[in-house]
Structure formats: C-alpha cells, structure tokens
Design a protein around this ligand. Structure first.
Ligand SMILES: Cc1cc2nc3c(=O)[nH]c(=O)nc-3n(C[C@H](O)[C@H](O)[C@H](O)COP(=O)(O)OP(=O)(O)OC[C@H]3O[C@@H](n4cnc5c(N)ncnc54)[C@H](O)[C@@H]3O)c2cc1C
Length: 412
C-alpha cells in the first residue's frame, strides 16, 4: 500500500474485513497514522479538535508493517522502492493522493494539505491579521470562514468571475454575497502573478499587502514517484475494477502482480458515465477501497477479471462555508438545464438562526437528473443521491417546488 491516507488506510481495513490475513506493508510519506483531512480546514483550524486520526489505529493495523515517513521513490513490476529500501509485492495499492499546487514567487505561502500545515496555520490566526487567500474554491472559502470568525482581515483573490468554479456562474455566483455577509473581501477576476515576501502581485501591477498568504488553487495527483511506469491521465489510469495499466515500455510488466489505484490519485473508468473519472473527494477515497480490495483478492483466488466487482459511484462531496453546508453530487454536462428549488438570492438577516436553504438540479435533455447541489438542505441531498443513482427523470415542476419532498420523486 503506497499512501497512508484515507484511501490507503481504508484499503488495509477492507483487505482484513474481506478475509486477507497475509502480510501488508503500509508505506507513507507522512510520519502520521492515517488521518482525516476534511476537518483540517474546519474543526482543526477553529481549535475544536486537534486529532483527526481515522479509526484505524495501531490495533486495526496490527500485523501491518508500517513504513511511515518513508516515501515510495519508484516502482518496477513486483517491487516498490522506498527510502527504507525495496518492498516486494504480490499486489499493490496506489493511494498516494494529491498534492496542492504552489504559486510562483516567494515561499511565503501556506498550503493546507496536512495536519501539520493546519496546526501551523491555526497558530497564525488572530484578530487584525491581514490574511490573503488565493482561490475562492472549497479550501479557500473554508479557511476564510474560520479566519474571519477569529477576527482576521480576510481578502480572497479569485481569478474567475465567481466562487465555486466547478459549479458554474449560475450557481457559484450566488456564493458572492456569503463573503460580504462574513466581512470577507472577495476580489474576482483577479489573477495572481507572483507571491512576494510581504504580499502578492496581481496581474496589472497592483500589490496586495499581507501578513499571511494561503494558497488554495487546487491539487494535482501525487504520482511523480511512479516515474512514468504506470499510465497517468489526470490520475493513475485504472479500469472499472480499479486495475492500473503499465506504460507500454516497462520491462517485466506483462504478467506481473496486479496494481490498483484508489482515492485522489486514481482516474478510473466509469461505466455509469462512459468516461474516465477523476475526483478529489473524501467519498471516493472512502468507497473505492472496498472494490480495490475485492479486485486484488478476487484475482488472487483466480476469479476472471470480467467477474470482479466494478466501481461505479455517483461522485459526491460537501463543504462547510460561511455557516452553510454545501453538498454536491453527480456530473453535470454542457447544455443541461439548471432548475432551482428555493430562492438562491434570499439573504441571511441577523435574526435568522441559520442561512436560507436552496438546491439546484441539472437536468439532461432527456429529463434525467444529472447533478444536484444543496445549500443548507441536507435532506434534499439524501433523496437526491438516490435519484441520481437511479437515473430517474423527476418532474421538473415538482422538483422546483420546495413543498414537494424530493424523496417523493423517487421511483416506487
Ligand atoms: C483541508 C482539506 C479539506 C477537505 N475537505 C473536504 C470536504 O469537506 N469534503 C470532501 O469531500 N473532501 C474534502 N477534502 C478532500 C479529501 O480529504 C481527499 O479527497 C482525501 O483525503 C483523499 O484521500 P487519499 O487517501 O486518496 O489521499 P490523501 O489524503 O492525499 O492521502 C495520500 C497520502 O499518501 C502520501 N503519499 C504521497 N506520495 C507518497 C509516496 N511517494 N510514498 C508514500 N506516501 C505518499 C501522502 O503524504 C498522503 O499522506 C479535503 C482535503 C483537504 C486537504
């Protein structure tokens, strides 16, 4: 197992739960046992918790050889090379996750991927701190939420014309007012040219002074260590059983032990969407390991590939920002019709205990619901995920009517 994050840790547990009693080696670049990352930009930053270790402690990992703080450095068929030496394998799990993108210029930029980075950032957050966050995506919005609450003067710089880029302007545009409501300055259409020692330089020449800079502009699969041995297209290319493919010119690859790829680093073939999928969400790192473990154990037991289970989820993620639980599921396509459910322009007033909720669905031309976003309406997401998984064609007028529970639109 290369990568001791959620996907790696979860695969260890799945292998054991599915009856594998043999040797497992967990190779991790970090010194830590597997831990959860979503709380890093939420409860860890607020100080509500300092420990996000997954329930795979030393007991669950009993019998697992731990090579923590010993990254994998290379791969050849049957052997992973690590800083602790070579490790031979009969089955390999690639779970090395993703690494955040840095911006050019000074090293005076904080990234938020590890618990050590979250703890270090937390130490800096104080009233009056001039904090500039680059990127109004999930991480940027969550850090802005906490920092503003703690009294920092927060500016978020975003190159696009709206926050929440993957959701498009018609949905993301409604998040603009959330920043103002929290007292956060949002600079849209503002590209950063370079990070400096005491601020950042915007395209066009403006200099934005900052005491601290957090960069949240996305991640890339952490697969450089593979050195081109496996095929990589936006992630380690894997089939619907999560089996990875060797690059054409790797000696000894034919007939070598199987390799699977799970979590943020995987780009698997989705039969549901008839395309390669690559997501960087907790839910995928949590759910793919069951299939990866079955694939490895099935092959070891002589199961034909065609009879192995397939990984075929509807992608899902959530974010907690500006007092709102934002959840998203599915895969919208160009040309889908967007239908709102509730009023996305409703503003929160000081008397309101919670922010007003709304949802929006993307409908394909044939009437199928292809994706759903919910804002402070978790109940819509519970039914919505079932609607998405069942390829239902819900009536759009009923969908738009908040008095109609989404679960009533599910097939009998
Ligand atoms: C701050 C933060 C907040 C998030 N919030 C949410 C959220 O609210 N909702 C949501 O859906 N998702 C969220 N995510 C995303 C979610 O945490 C990831 O999708 C998930 O962690 C992916 O798990 P993984 O095991 O595939 O990868 P990772 O968690 O990245 O773990 C991979 C591990 O592999 C290690 N590694 C890398 N290279 C090597 C190597 N060569 N050798 C050995 N080990 C190596 C890495 O150090 C790392 O420990 C958040 C992520 C972050 C960083």
């Amino acid at each position: 197992m290369v990568g001791a994050g959620l996907a790696g840790g979860r695969t260890v547990v799945e292998l054991r739960e599915q009856g594998y009693a043999g040797q497992i080696t967990l190779v991790g670049a970090e010194e830590h046992l597997p831990y959860d990352r979503p709380p890093l930009s939420k409860a860890v930053l607020t100080g509500r918790t300092d420990n996000t270790q997954l329930p795979y402690g030393l007991d669950e990992l009993d019998g697992v050889e731990l090579l923590l703080g010993q990254p994998a450095t290379g791969l050849e068929p049957g052997t992973v090379h690590t800083t602790a030496g070579p490790v031979n394998y009969d089955g390999l799990v690639i779970a090395s996750g993703s690494a955040p993108i840095r911006l050019p210029g000074s090293d005076n930029q904080r990234l938020l991927r590890t618990i050590d980075e979250a703890r270090a950032l937390r130490e800096t957050l104080r009233p009056g701190l001039r904090l500039v966050i680059v990127g109004a995506g999930w991480i940027g919005a969550e850090v802005a939420t906490v920092a503003a609450k703690l009294g920092a003067e927060v500016t978020v710089v975003e190159g696009a014309s709206h926050p929440l880029l993957p959701l498009g302007p018609a949905v993301g545009g409604h998040a603009v007012s959330w920043y103002a409501e929290a007292g956060v300055t949002l600079r849209l259409d503002a590209m950063v040219d370079k990070i400096g020692e005491d601020g950042l330089l915007l395209r066009g020449g403006e200099f934005l002074p900052a005491d601290e800079i957090v960069v949240g502009v996305g991640v890339r699969p952490d697969v450089g260590w593979l050195g081109g041995t496996l095929l990589v297209e936006g992630g380690v290319v894997a089939d619907e059983h999560l089996l990875a493919s060797w690059a054409g010119d790797v000696a000894g690859a034919a007939g070598s032990p199987p390799v699977v790829a799970v979590g943020d680093c995987s780009a698997w073939w989705s039969a549901r969407y008839d395309q390669r999928m690559h997501v960087e969400h907790w839910d995928a790192a949590q759910s793919a390991p069951a299939v990866a473990a079955s694939t490895l154990l099935g092959l070891a037991a002589g199961t034909p590939v065609a009879e192995l289970p397939t990984y075929n989820p509807v992608p899902y993620f959530w974010s907690e920002q500006f007092g709102r639980m934002v959840q998203f599921a599915g895969l919208p396509a160009q040309g889908d019709e967007l239908v709102f459910r509730g009023d996305p322009t409703a503003q929160r007033t000081p008397e309101m205990k919670k922010a007003p909720g709304w949802s929006a669905g993307w409908f394909a031309a044939d009437g199928t619901l292809s994706a759903l976003v919910t804002v402070v309406r978790p109940i819509d997401m519970v039914a919505g995920r079932r609607l998405l998984a069942s390829d239902t064609k819900p009536d759009q007028a009923q969908f738009a009517d908040v008095s109609v529970p989404l679960k009533s639109l599910l097939p009998e």
